[in-house]
Design a protein around this ligand. Structure first.
Ligand code: 13P
Ligand code: SF4
Length: 349
């Protein structure tokens, strides 16, 4: 575990982290991207970290890949690329900088390392896990294969490298249905998210069987809560992530990956929207959609929230924590992820 007191002492001795008007002025273009959701005093505290991180990125020849669930000061202040899991995986294949700092959770950093093994991949907090990734091991995949002989295994990217290596192909929330439909045979095994699998099964021509994992953030939403919210605010558009239960998805006006949600909002520009997903999603896109009033109820991912500006600065300063994947595992896992990327591209063409 990071010793934050020591980290703070080293950072304070090495970088100018004192808030000042000059630093606010130097970051004003970035602040303009998030001023609907970050107050001026809060930005004044973030600005010194943002300046220090962006300078250190240049020194280390590093890029920051940030998931849509990062806080707005990370998303707008220091990220070089933002997106959903599929977009970040594709971006990782294209990075030619020496260092990738993955601002997201551990499986995302592993995916970047698998796809671009010659880069140094850092994660600012190695404890940024995921309830889905920790719900299954390679032994679980073997168990499913024994139960459904011959059925292909489609594993969500929210899995460890070891699980990806034991799977036939990966999927993300952006392409799960298309990947399952493209599999041969009548039965498809989906791991580890039971709700994503059930939501896919509801639209698929295949018999989908699943592992019983779940996302601790999305499973908290209930259909009754959404109905109550809609009864109170009849104009609201409810937009859900497919890691929610099928009952919640049935209440939604649209269901999609985090980037699918953003595209839908740009297309429809509802007066009011409730994003049934992680809290930072709405905060990150509030400024680019000024016409949309975002309803406040949301659930926070404790793993995503482990990543902070302070830890990113420490990560680049100390070049820790490096994420590595054993070569034999990475080679097999790469096949599963690359198959997904190739199939997604072919299906989109
Ligand atoms: P997206 O791929 O839709 O961004 O969601 C992945 C996820 O659950 C991140 O926690
Ligand atoms: Fe995992 Fe859910 Fe957090 Fe995403 S939001 S990292 S699926 S626990």
């Amino acid at each position: 575990m990071l010793d934050l007191a020591s980290v703070r002492a080293v950072l304070a001795n090495t970088y100018d982290l004192t808030p000042s008007w000059d630093k606010v002025e130097a970051t004003k273009d970035l602040y303009a991207l998030a001023d609907r959701v970050i107050s001026p005093p809060d930005w004044a505290l973030h600005a010194p970290y943002i300046l220090a991180i962006n300078a250190l990125k240049r020194e280390r020849n590093a890029v920051i890949l940030a998931h849509n669930y990062m806080t707005p000061e990370i998303y707008h202040g220091v990220a070089d690329a933002v997106g959903d899991s599929l977009q970040l995986a594709i971006k990782a294949t294209q990075v030619d900088a020496d260092v990738i700092v993955q601002c997201g959770v551990h499986f995302m950093a592993e995916t970047s390392k698998i796809l671009n093994p010659s880069r140094t991949v850092l994660i600012p907090d190695v404890e940024a896990g995921c309830s889905l990734a920790s719900s299954i091991t390679a032994a679980g995949i073997a168990e499913m294969r024994a139960k459904y002989p011959g059925a292909p295994v489609v594993s969500y990217v929210n899995t460890t490298a070891e699980v990806k290596a034991a799977s036939d192909i990966c999927c993300t929330s952006a392409n799960a249905l298309q990947i399952v439909e493209a599999m041969e045979g009548d039965t498809v095994i989906m791991t580890p998210d039971q709700y994503l699998a059930q939501n896919v099964a509801a639209q698929s021509s295949k018999r989908v069987v699943w592992w019983e994992g779940s996302c601790i953030v999305h499973e908290l939403y209930t259909a009754a809560d959404l109905r109550a919210y809609r009864a109170d605010q009849p104009e609201v558009k409810i937009i859900a992530h497919p890691e929610c239960t099928p009952e919640v998805v049935a209440e939604a006006d649209f269901t999609g990956s985090t980037s699918g949600i953003l595209d839908w909002l740009h297309q429809h520009k509802p007066k009011q929207a409730m994003l049934v997903t992680e809290c930072s999603m709405a905060a990150n896109i509030a400024d680019e959609l000024p016409e949309v009033d975002f309803a406040k109820p949301c659930n926070m991912c404790p793993y995503m929230k482990k990543i902070t500006l302070e830890k990113i600065l420490w990560s680049l300063h100390s070049m820790t924590t490096e994420v590595t994947v054993e070569a034999a595992v990475a080679d097999k896992a790469r096949l599963a992820v690359q198959r997904m990327i190739d199939l997604s591209r072919r299906l989109a063409a």
